[in-house]
Design a protein around this ligand. Structure first.
Ligand code: CDP
Length: 233
């Protein structure tokens, strides 16, 4: 089905409005909030701290552990609290998206815990969570070679678009959603999933658009980190 105009009037290559802030949780070593449209993620980093049970420890380097959770009231229908198959999958892909950016060699036997909470969901929550988490890791002073920026790309009807919202993900004319995460400095991709169908040409086009969006997101993440230290917080 032809999708000629986006529901909210955005250009096809345009993300929703993005707001980013660090230092939002006083008791965490590092924390951040990342909002894209109506999707809001908050991340808190705790550690490096001792990892128990001990058999999970790595004597060579620290372990990065991620937990993704959606608040019960983050969507129209209440979500049942507690882990689900979906939250376990997203926790795992979040960990794998962030791991190439962090260097935990200085912290043998320790764990760095990253908690991602989705306060409000309007699609793209795993990407918003990854963006918030990478800012929180930087805020915590964890050694990193780059920030990680993430965004959903995909196809709505017959159009390749960036940052699908819930209306677009559920588009009656068909939609495919491809969340990606990047370490923009080295042009490295650390997450690529696909829900739906895209041909090779469409994947390339979507990746190109996603890459540009990630570069823009990176600037917003950097600015939020700089602003914190400018304000002397
Ligand atoms: O959020 P993301 O796109 O990364 O993951 P998804 O599993 O493809 O979910 C898409 C969207 O569906 C979420 O962002 C939520 O807005 C919504 N959702 C929901 O309403 N209830 C759920 N139990 C799970 C997801």
């Amino acid at each position: 089905m032809s999708y000629t105009k986006r529901n909210d009037g955005r250009k096809f290559e345009e993300t929703r409005e993005i707001k980013a802030e660090v230092g939002v949780i006083k008791n965490a070593q590092g924390s951040a909030k990342f909002q894209i449209g109506e999707t809001i993620a908050v991340a808190g980093v705790y550690g490096p701290r001792n990892l128990y049970p001990k058999f999970l420890q790595d004597p060579e380097k620290g372990v990065l552990r991620c937990n993704y959770n959606m608040f019960s009231f983050s969507v129209d229908d209440r979500i049942r609290p507690g882990p689900s198959r979906r939250s376990r999958e997203i926790s795992l892909v979040t960990q794998r998206s962030l791991a190439p950016a962090v260097n935990l060699n200085e912290f043998p036997n320790a764990v760095v815990d990253v908690f991602v909470e989705i306060i409000q969901a309007d699609a793209g929550t795993r990407c918003a969570g990854i963006c918030a988490a990478s800012m929180a890791l930087a805020d915590a002073g964890i050694p990193m070679k780059d920030l990680v920026a993430a965004v959903g790309v995909g196809k709505v009807g017959d159009k390749i678009v960036v940052d699908l919202d819930k209306f677009e993900e559920d588009y009656e004319g068909g939609a495919s959603d491809m969340p990606i995460a990047m370490l923009p400095r080295n042009n490295e991709i650390s997450l690529l999933q696909l829900d739906g169908e895209l041909d090779v040409k469409e994947v390339k086009e979507a990746l190109e658009m996603g890459k540009k969006a990630c570069e823009n997101i990176l600037e917003i993440q950097r600015k939020a980190l700089k602003d914190k230290y400018k304000g002397g917080k």
